[in-house]
Design a protein around this ligand. Sequence first.
Ligand code: SF4
Length: 387
Amino acid sequence: MTGCSYDEFKVSVNSRVNPQLVEARRTYFELFNQVREQVKKKYQTEDLERRVRGIKKESLTHLEELLRVAVERMEGNGMHVLQAKNANEARDYILKLVEPSDVVAQSSTDLITEMGLSEALRKMSIPLYHVEPNYRMVQLNPEMEFFDKPSPTMCLKSAKIAQLLSKSLNREVPDEQHAIFDAWREDINNILGKATIGITGANSISARDGSVVLTYGSGNVHRIGALPKHIVLTGIEKVVPTFADAIDVTYLQSLYESGTGGSANYYVVKGPSHGYIEGKEYPEGMGSREIHVVLMDNGRRRMIREGFGEALYCIRCFTCHHYCPTYQILGPGAGYGFMTPGFGYKGYIGGRGTILSSFVTDTGRRLRAGYTAALSVAHALNTAPWR
Ligand code: SF4
């Protein structure tokens, strides 16, 4: 935090507002909201919304018991599970899994940012590539430190995408739809061809049968999940009682996030894959041989204790961002830190992200501690006997 004055902050905010981007967001959000209304009617999602809210409430109410069952079942299925108290513990665990010769491919999971894993891998000279196509563009374009979700390339013209891919592939990619998509695929195939470790998030985890459920639109998470080592990074709030509950949560998220009424792909993993020769089973199937699941607390239990647990009901559908006038103007950014004004902290954007980042980021924790201390002093002064 820079400790700038309100006026300095206001100037900084105004200088950051990009009218073209505000307009692009407005158009894009209106379109998403229209589609969402159609999806609601077509799939009659009100019942599902109610059910998912009930599942999340129930899960957080019985979180410790659910986590106990989930860990036991996942380990029983052959997965390795770490319950990480904080970001350092999670990061250290992952760094121990990585060899100097490894190449890491990741899909979209904000926990990588939350635990500072990219920086740690960079220091060890371990390559980390994003293989979700939109986020790969962000990686190839260092100017885009902060970007809109779930469509980070919303602000990129096709000519810019062609230029970024040309640089990555070291050949001229024409600014033409088919050529761009072919090049995009080639770039990501190159990465997946050499990657040895895959990192994904989890949309939900079914405690009862110990499986991880994911949804994705771009069609390659199953390839990340089939790399020799698959690491799943997720918050403890993603654990729900049953497989049907996990599907309900994931399905609702996909209906609202994709803007198209459901993702093209869903992926479930329950354990390492196996192969058979002459009827004998070997731990060498076509999928991952090792699966590690990191269940991160890092302030989430505290959120629940302090009465902010409802923010963990969030399934990351981004609906609230698309209706939020503040987000439309400011967009994403490091709201906690005020260095780069925006609404929310990096991956955790918008109103819900602001609450979450005040518990899971160091700056957020410091600000909240300061605010709580100031409140206590004010309260003490108010109730002091000499008043
Ligand atoms: S808080 Fe926002 S992103 Fe999360 S579930 Fe609600 S509308 Fe979706």
